[in-house]
Design a binder for this molecule. Structure first.
Ligand code: NDP
Ligand code: OXD
Length: 306
């Protein structure tokens, strides 16, 4: 089996070594223009030229969970697109979101400021029933996050395209239940894939439908959020603040209003990193399964966009 590796901004050598160790006998190399046709590809942000020159790939393995950038390319017609499903990302996402929620709920930023200023003072305990959390997207990552948050006894709402039954999570599904989901939520966590249906989903209207004192945690894609609508909702007092890990343009441009905003915490797209060893193991397992003619998880439906 011939495997080509085409991952922008990724050190190739450790991936090639790991894949070779996991798939003895496979012929694995870094893609170069005019390289011979491969059976499988491991990609991250490949150029269109790569796609055009590899029309016979059986499957394309994306070394991330989100495929929005990949689906913007013209892909070979009969190639399966396979994304990472979990591969160590779900637990990282759960850590990140639980940290953001608890930091806000327990007012740790306020305590930090107090301590730095030499002030010893308590804040009134808040009721977790006053902080219902809405998780948008109940897939591999969203389900894990919703279950982790439920462990802290917050009321949890979840929104997905198809109905879900997750213990401890009140489920809402489809466009028709979206407004009810928002009205039931004060903290909004975004774990949707970026598709034509979900772009700009966090906007003036949706923010206004959240409960007063809302808090936004965006860990999916920057293009889900209308930046200026968030700033305006914070300024008018309806939204208390936000934690943002993803941005329309990354790195976040110098001078953007999110830098240094007192109520917005930002991180550099790091909430759930691709872990090389776990990812190699998952990809190798799936390639071997496809070679045996078996079905694999994480196959993208290009028509649906995720
Ligand atoms: P999944 O495909 O497993 O889950 C997607 C979820 O979104 C599903 O529950 C799906 O519903 C729901 N959904 C999709 N479209 C709609 C819609 N129009 N309306 C309502 N619900 C919808 O994805 P993952 O959980 O693996 O990943 C989610 C996203 O997280 C990725 O696409 C990526 O953008 C982002 N991500 C960010 C990272 C970071 O470091 N910041 C790291 C990894 C991922 P249904 O279940 O009914 O299909
Ligand atoms: C991903 C990401 O989609 O890193 O995996 O954002």
């Amino acid at each position: 089996m011939k495997i080509t590796f085409c991952c922008t901004d990724t050190k190739a050598e450790p991936w090639l070594q790991g894949l070779s160790a996991a798939l003895p006998g496979a012929d694995i190399s870094v893609w170069q223009p005019s390289a011979p046709q491969a059976d499988y590809a491991v990609v991250w942000a490949p150029p269109q030229q790569f796609m055009d020159e590899q029309p016979g790939l059986k499957a394309l393995f994306n070394i991330g969970a989100g495929v929005d950038a990949l689906l913007k390319l013209r892909l070979p017609l009969n190639t399966l697109v396979v994304r990472l499903d979990d591969a160590g990302m779900a637990v990282q996402m759960a850590e990140y979101v639980c940290h953001a929620v608890i930091r806000h709920f327990r007012e740790f930023d306020g305590y930090e400021t107090d301590m730095a200023g030499g002030r010893w003072g308590y804040r009134k305990p808040r009721m977790r029933t006053d902080f219902p959390i809405g998780v948008m997207g109940l897939g591999v990552l969203g389900e894990r996050v919703a279950k982790a948050l439920a462990q802290f006894d917050f009321p949890i709402n979840g929104w997905s395209r198809s109905p879900k039954a997750i213990e401890g999570v009140r489920g809402f599904a489809g466009a028709e239940q979206f407004n009810d989901f928002l009205a039931a939520s004060r903290v909004l966590v975004n774990l949707l894939p970026l598709t034509p249906d979900t772009a700009n989903v966090i906007n003036k209207d949706t923010l206004a439908r959240l409960q007063p004192g809302a808090y936004v945690i965006n860990v999916a894609r920057g293009a889900h959020l209308v930046d200026e609508d968030l700033i305006a909702a914070i300024e008018n007092g309806h939204v208390a603040g936000a934690t943002l890990d993803v941005f329309r343009t990354e790195p976040l441009p110098a001078g953007h209003a999110f830098w240094n905003h007192p109520r917005i915490t930002i991180t550099p797209h790091t909430s759930a990193r691709t872990l090389r060893d776990e990812s190699i193991a998952q990809i190798a397992r799936k390639m071997a399964a496809l070679q045996r003619g078996e079905a694999v998880a994480g196959v993208v439906n290009p028509g649906r966009g995720y």
